[in-house]
Design a protein around this ligand. Structure first.
Ligand SMILES: NC(=O)c1ccc[n+]([C@@H]2O[C@H](COP(=O)([O-])OP(=O)(O)OC[C@H]3O[C@@H](n4cnc5c(N)ncnc54)[C@H](O)[C@@H]3O)[C@@H](O)[C@H]2O)c1
Length: 357
């Protein structure tokens, strides 16, 4: 049995509490929220759960093993750090922290105290992403060419972060999970129109071996779109997350180049074969993810979406934000292990900027 305290019961918190309450090996001991209206909603939905405005009450409670941090991004670090220092495992919302230094510190504390960190990268637990991962592992698409995602809708405007920090963590965590390589560089452009935070942004990530990823995130779209194209040498797929039944469609389409008389006489052959829609599991991703977190605690495993996965996403967000601030300047990730300055002191290097990856 793992006993939970949850902090934050705004928009996303109720989904966490509901799913935790449905897990057999879990007891939700207490929910903390500063807002009286949120506390009233907890009392109504979960009359058996203790409700408090004081996070310290969760910390001093010896019967709480793990804390779920479901509050705005800028509060994640303080709350997660306090919880780890009190010997509690933490489940932290995406994005993990506001910067890499905070993420690294939390990872260190957890390692020292032998505690688990899981970052809520919910999409990794969807049937669609799990299917795409298997297709890539089985080499069904062939050599990967590109990942191109459109994640747009009207709102919800966030007060503390721009659209990159709000919506792009989903794609960045999926990219981190699907693409085995570390990105080399990023370009991001965007614009703020309403509340001082960018509400429209376009991010391009360059990977080794000519793999490219593009993400379009937008809070100002008249329609909701959740469509990702993934192109490979052998096959291509379209993942439309708004489709109820056929979320993924795989196309046996591609191009084949042959050269008959040197490079100036290229022959491009187009292949247009069948399309099929594979079966995709329909279980609620958050439930599978929280069950996995509980299993990791009970069996002392390190989750694959641990603090390090959260840190990798934060590094990509920081680099994208840096590029955005410089109106689309290319920002390089330094090779892993290289001695480079921290992102806060990124150095302009000719046409780009180096950021520690
Ligand atoms: N995984 C997903 O798909 C997904 C979806 C939506 C939001 N999120 C993430 O969830 C987090 C919360 O987002 P939201 O939309 O629910 O925000 P929200 O503003 O609707 O709710 C946050 C709640 O936290 C409370 N709170 C803030 N600071 C607190 C503190 N120090 N102590 C106690 N209570 C505190 C607020 O009163 C509020 O009720 C964000 O990190 C966001 O990125 C994730």
């Amino acid at each position: 049995m793992v006993k939970f305290g949850v902090v934050g019961y705004g928009y996303w918190g109720p989904n966490i509490v509901r799913n935790l309450c449905q897990l057999e090996e879990v007891e939700v001991v207490a929910v903390c929220d500063k807002s009286p209206a949120s506390r009233r909603r907890v009392e109504k939905a979960h009359p058996d759960v203790r409700v408090t405005a004081d996070f310290a009450e969760l910390m001093s409670s010896p019967d709480i093993d793990a804390i779920a941090v479901i509050t705005p991004v800028w509060t994640h670090y303080e709350l997660a750090k306090t919880a780890l220092e009190h010997g509690k495992h933490v489940f932290v919302e995406k994005p993990f922290t506001s910067n890499t230094a905070q993420a690294e510190e939390l990872i260190d504390i957890a390692a020292r105290k032998n505690l688990k960190i899981m970052v809520d990268h919910t999409f990794l637990f969807t049937g669609a992403v799990q299917k795409i991962k298997r297709l890539l592992q089985e080499d069904a698409l062939g050599k990967l060419y590109y990942y191109d995602s459109t994640r747009v809708n009207l709102g919800l405007f966030q007060h503390d972060v721009n659209v990159i920090w709000d919506l792009a963590p989903h794609d960045l965590s999926i990219i981190d999970h699907l693409i085995d390589e570390t990105p080399e560089a990023v370009v991001a452009t965007g614009q703020s129109h309403v509340n001082g935070h960018e509400d429209v942004a376009f991010i391009t990530l360059y990977f080794p071996n000519k793999v490219i990823a593009h993400i379009n995130v937008n809070w100002m779209s008249p329609v909701k779109v959740r469509t990702t194209l993934i192109g490979g040498e052998k096959k291509m797929l379209v993942w439309n997350d708004l489709e109820v039944d056929e979320k993924i469609k795989i196309y046996d389409k591609g191009v084949h180049i042959t050269s008959r008389e040197g490079v100036y006489n290229l022959l491009v052959n187009y292949r247009s074969g069948d399309m099929w829609a594979p079966k995709v599991e329909q279980v609620e991703a958050l439930r599978s993810e929280l069950k996995y977190f509980v299993d990791c605690i009970m069996t002392d495993q390190i989750p694959f979406n641990d603090g390090n996965a959260g840190l990798r996403v934060v590094k990509m967000l920081e680099a994208a934000n840096e590029s955005l601030r410089r109106r689309g300047q290319l920002v390089y990730f330094a090779p892993q292990g290289a001695a480079t300055p921290s992102p806060a002191r990124a150095i302009p290097a000719g046409t780009g900027t180096a950021i520690e990856a």
